[in-house]
Design a protein. Structure first.
Length: 118
């Protein structure tokens, strides 16, 4: 049974930074694609960023380009989302997901709350 756990969320003022982590238990996901998504209250879940299993392909939603950075390190069974210059509209529950290919995810985490105050 694969379990994904997100961490690093919290309350931050606009302009601040947070670093989210996505860790897995039950299997390694070093060769799997990882995606970050978010869902704000009353809104549908939306794509934030994704990284391929090799780390060679990275994509971002236009709304976070230049502010967020997704990364993974070969020796670690974790993926990170560095979020800088946070805005109130970034407030949401952030989820990570893994799968064999970007865009096709089999496992999802429970989410971590990010709240950005103005």
């Amino acid at each position: 049974q694969v379990q994904l756990v997100e961490s690093g969320g919290g309350l931050v003022q606009a302009g601040g930074s947070l670093r989210l982590s996505c860790a897995a238990s039950g299997r390694t996901f070093r060769a799997l694609a990882v995606g970050w998504f978010r869902q704000a209250p009353g809104k549908e879940r939306e794509f934030v960023s994704a990284i391929s299993g090799s780390g060679g392909s990275i994509t971002y939603a236009d709304s976070v380009k230049g502010r967020f950075t997704i990364s993974r390190y070969g020796a670690e069974n974790a993926v990170y989302l560095q979020m800088n210059s946070l805005k109130p509209e970034d407030t949401a529950v952030y989820y990570c997901a893994i799968g064999f290919n970007v865009g096709n995810y089999d496992y999802w985490g429970q989410g971590t709350q990010v709240t950005v105050s103005s």
